[in-house]
Design a protein around this ligand. Structure first.
Ligand SMILES: *Cc1c(COP(=O)(O)O)cnc(C)c1O
Length: 465
């Protein structure tokens, strides 16, 4: 498979280059040059495959020829061996035609593990092959950082540097980053906000000397490998819910449009999907775009589902590229227009096309709390606030969507104990994985919000060569 940029610049590249670069040189995102499609017969034959085998089948065309089927299998097996259930992403029936897809059985208890456990190992594979080592650099407000650290910790040839805003993440989120005892993990608390961390990372990537000497690689949600790793659970769950015989819809708590875009890719690969429902918190520019075709991101406001406090859904660019006939110039114009006071308006016939695939819903903090309570009453399930935003949408849609509805459970409730305790008057159950967290030693460095400080830090932590 070859990959091209959504902005239309440059030629194509292979999977290894797309993964190691992250962002295309023209600032666009990588998308496959074409999508393979599974026939109905092939999908039928895939319906009973265990998760890991299905993962290899779905991803093989996207990683060829950079990873052989045997190499892919070894990486997939290792990545999911550490999950606490063999199914990796179990589908739990709540009610007739209403299911919860549990994506929180990995090391850091959020769905990001499913992609980042694999991405860390893919980085390691390419680093070993090339020699010289890679530096994975990223900024996080919480979940991505811990999942990236868990994915890259202890991987040969890779070192990982994660920046987070000092004293902003929850205690559990911080400890998940700072207590990982691996010499290749470096955690930096920046005296500033998430945006300052991101600006420092961006600055580092613009520094040619630094970039070349350290082989810098990004670990953010725009990496293509993360998308395709997530597409697997849509196909796995969709086939199990009977998508070849009846309508099946997914409800996806959304921020950066990465998770739901992976669902769109599952559709492109041939999985029959009725609707993909994007559920947002009050940061709802994505929901407004799907409902009215107007993309006009407002300021971000904090909510009970912090991993979805995003107004510029980065991966939407990939969907726009597809719907705008794969014209890079049109994508660039649309993104420019979205930054203007008027925003970007999708032409009417394209809006219709988008609405034949996507729906949207928004939950306030109050509705999020109500959904946590409702899930408990209805099915005995304790859900986290992100999952609750989707649960709110799913409840509102019952009766309007034919067939089966699968709501994605994106994080374990134990990651957000304050919110859950506030609603249910009891703390969520604490999984064994995080029980010892409070006793472990924390390791991190505090830096001022200054790109020079990061540069010095990176150079002084280079392994001796
Ligand atoms: C990252 C995250 C989301 C948002 O997913 P996107 O791919 O950014 O749309 C939702 N819930 C949780 C728990 C997350 O960690």
């Amino acid at each position: 498979m070859r990959y091209i940029s959504t902005r239309g610049g440059g030629g194509s590249c292979d999977f290894e280059q797309a993964v190691l670069r992250g962002l295309a040189p023209d600032g666009g995102l990588y998308v496959p040059e074409s999508f393979p499609a599974f026939s109905g017969e092939e999908l039928k034959a895939m319906a009973d495959l265990p998760y890991r085998e299905l993962a290899c089948k779905v991803m093989a065309p996207f990683v060829a020829p950079c990873l052989s089927p045997e190499e892919l299998k070894a990486l997939v097996d290792e990545s999911y061996a550490g999950f606490d259930v063999p199914e990796v992403a179990p589908l739990v029936k709540l009610d007739d035609g209403f299911m919860l897809l549990e994506l929180f059985h990995g090391p850091t208890l959020a769905f990001k593990d499913i992609a980042l456990q694999l991405l860390g190992r893919i980085f390691g594979h390419f680093a070993t092959k090339r020699g010289g080592g890679l530096t994975v650099l990223g900024a996080t407000s919480g979940d991505t950082g811990s999942a990236a650290i868990a994915g890259c910790g202890g991987i040969k040839g890779v070192r990982v540097i994660i920046l987070y805003p000092h004293e902003r993440p929850s205690e559990i989120q911080r400890r998940q980053m700072t207590t990982v005892d691996a010499p290749n993990v470096h955690v930096v608390a920046v005296q500033g906000a998430f945006d300052d961390c991101q600006a420092m990372v961006k600055h580092a990537f613009g520094d040619e000397t630094l970039r070349a000497r350290c082989n810098l690689t990004a670990v953010n949600s725009i990496n293509w490998a993360r998308i395709i790793a997530q597409t697997v659970y849509y196909i796995h769950a969709g086939l199990r819910a009977g998508a070849l015989e009846k309508p099946v819809s997914f409800v996806v708590p959304s921020g950066n449009f990465g998770n739901i875009y992976a669902g769109h890719v599952a559709g492109r690969l041939g999985l029959p999907l009725h609707r993909l429902v994007a559920a947002t918190n009050r940061n709802d520019s994505l929901a407004q775009f799907i409902r009215a075709g107007l993309l006009k991101p407002g300021p971000v406001v904090p909510s009970l589902s912090p991993s979805m406090d995003i107004q510029v859904p980065g991966n939407l660019e990939r969907y726009l590229f597809g719907i705008l006939d794969r014209k890079g110039g049109a994508v660039t114009e649309a993104l420019e227009a979205a930054k203007s006071p008027e925003g970007y308006r999708l032409p009417a016939e394209l809006l219709q096309k988008m609405q034949a695939e996507f729906m949207a819903d928004t939950a306030s903090d109050r509705q999020t709390n109500d959904a946590i309570a409702a899930a408990k009453t209805m099915s005995g399930q304790t859900i986290d606030p992100h999952t609750a935003v989707g649960f709110h949408a799913a409840m509102g849609l019952t009766g309007n969507l034919p067939g089966a509805v699968i709501a994605l459970a994106c994080a374990h409730p134990a990651k957000f104990p304050e919110t859950v305790r506030g609603v249910l008057r009891a703390p969520p159950p604490v999984p064994a994985r995080i029980q010892g967290l409070k006793k472990k030693r924390e390791r991190f460095t505090i830096l001022p919000k200054n790109p020079e400080a990061l540069r010095t830090y990176i150079f002084s932590h280079m392994p001796a060569s």
